[in-house]
Design a protein. Structure first.
Length: 259
């Protein structure tokens, strides 16, 4: 029942949820290719994983560039022998009202959050299906489940990612491959730091007050630790989760269930 020795490709793996998920999989004996645009960050994560006794490689990739994604999938397969696990964690966020959201920003959100994941899935799914085993976990957001003010572009792109997850899961259901998603609320990551900074800039609130405004949307009144999301990601990759397919694991402290 162990996934030790499996090969994983982690996008957006230089920090935050991606780095934490890479560590969680490494703790289970998984060999990992860590990818992101920031070479320094992914090289640091890969070095840390190797120091913990795991085979790990860093491959720089801009998930918004189709040629980069294709090259990443080829190199990952070459390094690992086979990509058994794909974690689509690369993502971007921004905020603007629907009436003020620039088309360029809308396109950027969709390209990174939805199209990049789609291209990575296309790159690894055929091999998974052929071998009869695979795990894909897409890191979405609670914004994939409901809308909110000023995140129209972000929420739409994450809704698309969740729809892609469910459709792909239906297609591979009999193949030994599973496709699932995790939908966290506000996580203690640089992305949330940027959100808080944006609130400060737009409202003039103190940083502590901006953080309080964010936490007011969560029943637990705290940010989620990246390791909590990583644990859910790693579980969905395990053999014990082989019957979980096309599902969404929500980590928001109960906010969604309270709606």
């Amino acid at each position: 029942m162990s996934i030790a020795g499996r090969g994983a490709l982690m996008t957006g793996g230089g920090r935050g949820i991606g780095a934490a998920a890479a560590r969680a999989l490494a703790d289970r004996g998984v060999r990992i290719v860590v990818s992101a645009r920031s070479t320094d960050e992914i090289e640091a994560v890969a070095a840390e994983l190797r120091a913990r006794g795991t085979e790990a490689w860093a491959v720089t990739c801009d998930i918004a560039q189709p040629a980069d994604v294709a090259a990443l999938c080829r190199e990952a397969a070459g390094r690992l022998g086979a990509v058994d696990i794909l974690v689509n964690n690369a993502g971007v966020a921004s905020s603007a009202s629907v009436t003020r959201l620039a088309l360029e920003e809308w396109t950027r959100l969709w390209t990174v959050n939805a199209t990049g994941a789609f291209l990575a899935m296309q790159g690894v799914l055929p091999g998974m299906i052929e071998r009869g085993w695979g795990r894909i976990v897409n890191v979405a957001s609670v914004a994939a489940l409901r809308g909110a003010r000023y995140i129209g572009g972000y929420a739409a792109s994450k809704h698309a990612l969740l729809g892609l997850t469910r459709s792909a899961a239906a297609e591979v259901a009999a193949s030994g491959v599973t496709v699932n998603a995790v939908c966290p609320g506000y996580v203690d990551t640089p992305m949330t730091d940027a959100t808080i900074a944006n609130i400060v800039r737009r409202t003039g609130l103190e940083e502590s007050a901006a953080l309080d405004a964010v936490l007011a949307t969560t029943p637990q009144r705290r940010l989620i630790a990246p390791e909590e999301v990583a644990a859910a990601v790693a579980f969905l990759c395990e053999e014990a989760a082989r019957s979980i397919n096309g599902q969404t694991v929500v980590l928001d402290g109960g906010a969604t269930s309270a709606l």
